[in-house]
Design a protein around this ligand. Structure first.
Ligand code: SAM
Ligand code: SF4
Length: 468
């Protein structure tokens, strides 16, 4: 890239001003690697679909790719840094291909793109395109433009047009389960978290829009849909009557779709766990008995410093209400250890809350200071070795509880949705209602079907059983 091109990168000419038809279909093989959360997995599928209608095909061979896309995660420092280590290898490949006279476009999309923008190209000039999460529908056009103009482009504005309205219809489903983003962004501003900055303000898709996508997924063989949102139970999309609809209302609506057997949702915030949603767990048989509800810390002082707006006792009381409505429920959670100022006693409060509630699964993280977030500037950052030690203790507890939950399933017969063939011949892998992976000997026809499986044993991350 020449200096002239690099100067334009600095925002003097926003890409969004360019005519949308500046891009044109341009075939080629696309290698797309996804980092981070389920929403990125969903976004990657939609990006691939948008590229497919513009003449691109997917490849899993990085060396053969004409377009390399990294869909990135900025939630913790490690996730963001992985992108730069991948870019080192990609630069070598691009140079080799260039020596053979073959052009390669390298695109960084997702939350690192949004957070770092043009800085990415400064740090890694191999990058041709930087595209934030709200502009995925423009990726085919931007690739074409970058090729034509021979310079790097940065698109991180929050465009006025709605991305979902511009993405193509869903392609044929590849599996009996699918993600469907219904809500994006977050207004909660937890002091440790980058999401409100990378994904922007809370936005909910309309019920009609979500239903259309759900129906097209079901028509192509999907049996289970996981509704996604950074704050999914804050969903408030416009309903068929023109009024705002809650997540419970959306679930009830989608449950009427014939052929859709299972509905899940993630991730929820305790503050938005409304009565109607709790009631939906009791009433709606298609809503799976699994709830991911992060509590982050068991210490009230830390919860306040995190701006979570609930106490430990309130979280416990909420779980009691949910379990009273639906006793058959597997709970999972997210926990952060080593938030700035967290004392040994406050970490013990976290372990105590974890023991008191009891979880079937959990995700645990060392606090990672993120640029631009309020917690990054707090005094008393916890030393790395203390975080490491706390994380290890928490993970021991998680393992014990996860194991106890898996053990409690042995001897039970559970409905399992078979999703894919296993590694061994004749074996299939599916999911229990509680989201556990289940292995069983099963005929090919079981793929995409819900079959009763008697659970006979369990391993660290899965159950095994026999079809009944
Ligand atoms: N919206 C969800 C909520 O409020 O619970 C969580 C979304 S976030 C993508 C997933 C998890 O990453 C959070 O629940 C939190 O535990 C963890 N996380 C977010 N920022 C973090 C940070 N700076 N350091 C460590 N973990 C973090
Ligand atoms: Fe981040 Fe979740 Fe807090 Fe929103 S509610 S700021 S996504 S942790």
């Amino acid at each position: 890239m020449d200096d002239h091109a690099r100067m334009q990168l600095d925002g003097s000419e926003p890409v969004s001003d360019v005519e949308p038809n500046g891009g044109r279909p341009h075939g080629g093989r696309v290698f797309l690697k996804t980092f981070g959360c389920q929403m990125n997995v969903y976004d990657s599928e939609r990006i691939n679909e948008a590229l497919a209608v513009n003449g691109y095909s997917e490849t899993s061979d990085l060396e053969a790719a004409d377009v390399v896309i990294l869909n990135t995660c900025h939630i913790r420092e490690k996730a963001a840094e992985k992108v730069y280590s991948d870019l080192g290898r990609i630069r070598q490949l691009k140079e080799q291909r260039a020596a053979d006279g073959i052009d390669t476009v390298v695109a960084i999309v997702g939350c690192v793109a949004q957070a770092e923008g043009a800085e990415i190209v400064r740090r890694a000039p191999v990058v041709d395109l930087v595209v934030g999460p709200q502009s995925y529908h423009r990726i085919p056009e931007l690739i074409a433009r970058s090729r034509i103009e021979g310079r790097s482009l940065v698109e991180t504005a929050f465009p006025e047009e709605e991305k979902f309205a511009h993405l193509p219809q869903r392609a044929k489903a590849r599996a009996p389960t699918a993600f469907l983003t219904v809500q994006e962004g977050c207004d909660k501003f937890c002091t440790f978290c980058v999401v409100p900055y990378t994904r922007g303000a809370e936005y909910s898709r309309s019920v009609g829009d979500v239903e259309r996508e759900a129906r097209s997924l079901v028509a192509s063989g999907v049996r289970e849909i996981t509704l996604l949102g950074q704050n999914v139970n804050g969903y408030h999309g416009t309903g068929p009557d023109g009024e705002p609809c809650t997540l419970a209302g959306l679930v009830t609506h989608l449950a009427r779709i014939d052929g859709l057997e299972r509905i899940r949702y993630t991730t929820s915030h305790p503050r938005d766990m409304t009565d109607d949603l709790i009631e939906a767990h009791a009433r709606e048989s298609k809503l799976m008995p699994y709830l991911h509800l992060p509590f982050q810390s068991g210490a009230d002082r830390i919860l306040a410093a995190m701006n979570r707006k609930h106490t430990g006792a309130e979280y416990v009381a909420l779980i009691e209400r949910i379990r009273a409505a639906q006793p058959d429920l597997a709970l999972s959670t997210d926990v952060i250890v080593g938030f700035p100022g967290e004392t040994d006693a406050e970490f013990e409060d976290t372990l105590e809350l974890f023991r008191e509630v009891g979880f079937a699964a959990a995700f645990s993280f060392k606090y990672s200071p993120r640029p631009g977030t309020p917690a990054e500037k707090l005094p008393d950052q916890v030393p790395e070795e203390v975080k490491t030690e706390r994380l290890a203790r928490l993970q021991q507890l998680i393992e014990v509880q996860q194991r106890a939950f898996a053990e409690s399933c042995v001897g039970r017969t559970l409905p399992v949705l078979f999703e894919k063939p296993g590694r061994r011949a004749g074996q299939m892998i599916g999911r229990s209602p509680y989201l556990q992976s289940v292995h069983a000997e099963a005929p090919q026809e079981a793929l995409g079907k819900i079959v009763s499986v008697e659970i006979s044993s369990f391993g660290p991350n899965s159950l095994a059983g026999v079809i009944r």
